[in-house]
Design a protein. Sequence first.
Length: 156
Amino acid sequence: MRHIIVLSALLIAVLVAVLQSAATPVGLAAAPAQAPAMPAANPSNAQLYFIWPNDGTVITGGKFWVRMGLRNMGVAPKGVAVPNTGHHHLLIDTELPPLTEPIPSDRNHLHFGAGETEARVELPPGMHTLQLLLGDMNHVPHKPPIMSKKITITVR
């Protein structure tokens, strides 16, 4: 089902691009698309959450699957301008980044810009915090931001 949503979003984006190019008179160049200056708005009832792991989960071995859930919005890859969609970012052992700037991409801020809703993660032994933050087509958090509760897991 997740793949159908992502594929549908991609199909819509391609159709919009084709229709826009077909509407441009021959010999005239279309004006370049500009990235939105403001973060994308979101439905007030959108919810971002962990399907797994749960708060307090103890993981043996360090490698585990993170499964991400989203209600009342859709998941779309980066760069795809479809209303009420975004893509997941996993924050590991860090605080929220500035909410008016693109989310950093480093070992503490994992991007899932292809529209992934689950990922295999490996962490060293110890306690770790995890939090999800939804980014728009340009990796900027929505306004207001759509984020999960911060959870703590232990890796043994």
